[in-house]
Design a protein around this ligand. Structure first.
Ligand code: ZN
Length: 299
């Protein structure tokens, strides 16, 4: 698909679902004008890019995520290493969704370069009769730019999670995978019987790398207890599923893994080179998949 076609296809899709959006500055309704921009009733204007995503940030953020990091993530995310995790997320979702076969709207909050959301959508469509719309949001323009490169029927937006450009309660599912949360916004946007699926790393996640980088320091140990507690203060925890498995990573993937993980940021160059020199590594993937619903007080 040429870039121009992609822009028009996305603008049409955005126009079909413009009711889900609101202006992140003044909260007024927005509409797609001339298949080019999303404009609110106060005149705040957000352009649709040539790739078809819409940038709803008024100021670019300062992040340390660059394009190279998203390329590393994309390569790993599309390599199949996360398949058992994606399968578990879809299973949880299908177990909880109302089987009446309605139209499901999924928001991936902090979608990065978008592979997880695309893989989840594909799997849900293969395994069920649901019609669905996926919307991926990330504060990083580099991530969203990369996400919108693949042909898909997903809407991709650059936006701040603290000021999400969506109306109240349009979403049946909010995904939040290995990414920071904004629980008050999640509450605002989630329909009353909707679900939040949050993935957090388990204590053994990448433990081999931790050992190599931080041998004999307290950074070897990782606990997700605080993250779990915070989740439970905001949503009723309906289910928590551990997903743990080992993968053998060839050298080309080790390099991507080291690039994408903040673990390496504090390690010495010598240690990093030592890890990058390995032919292959056995790496533990360990996650908890949390499924939460609104507590009665919040509905
Ligand atoms: Zn506005």
């Amino acid at each position: 698909m040429s870039k121009n076609n992609r822009k028009i296809t996305s603008a049409r899709l955005l126009s079909e679902y413009e009711d889900l959006f609101r202006c992140p500055i003044c909260s007024n309704p927005v509409e797609v004008v001339n298949l080019r921009s999303l404009i609110c009733s106060n005149g705040h204007c957000y352009d649709i890019s040539r790739q078809g995503y819409v940038n709803l940030l008024s100021h670019p953020p300062k992040t340390k995520y660059d394009e190279k990091l998203f390329e590393s993530r994309r390569m790993l995310n599309q390599s199949g290493f996360f398949d058992p995790l994606i399968a578990q997320i879809c299973e949880n979702m299908l177990d909880e969704l109302n089987p009446a076969g309605k139209f499901i709207k999924i928001l991936d909050a902090g979608c990065g370069e978008g592979s997880h959301l695309s893989n989840i959508q594909q799997r849900i469509i293969q395994q069920s009769q649901y019609k669905l719309l996926g919307i991926g949001v990330d504060i990083s323009k580099e991530g969203i730019h990369m996400a919108s490169r693949s042909p898909s029927t997903t809407l991709w937006c650059v936006a701040d999670l603290a000021k999400c450009p969506f109306t109240d309660k349009p979403f049946n599912v909010i995904l939040n995978i290995l990414s920071p949360s904004n629980y008050s916004e999640f509450h605002r946007m989630l329909e009353d019987d909707g679900m939040v699926i949050k993935v957090i790393p388990g204590s053994k996640y990448l433990q081999e790398l931790r050992r190599m980088f931080y041998n004999q320091t307290d950074r070897t140990m990782y606990t997700n207890e605080n993250t779990l507690e915070l989740f439970k203060r905001n949503f009723a925890l309906v289910d928590i599923k551990p997903v743990q498995y080992g993968v053998t990573m060839e050298n080309k993937y080790i390099e991507q893994l080291v690039h994408m993980t903040p673990l390496s940021w504090g390690a010495s160059e010598e240690l990093i080179q030592q890890v990058l020199g390995q032919d292959r590594l056995e790496i533990t993937f360990d996650f908890s998949v949390l499924l939460g619903k609104k507590m009665k007080a919040h509905t």
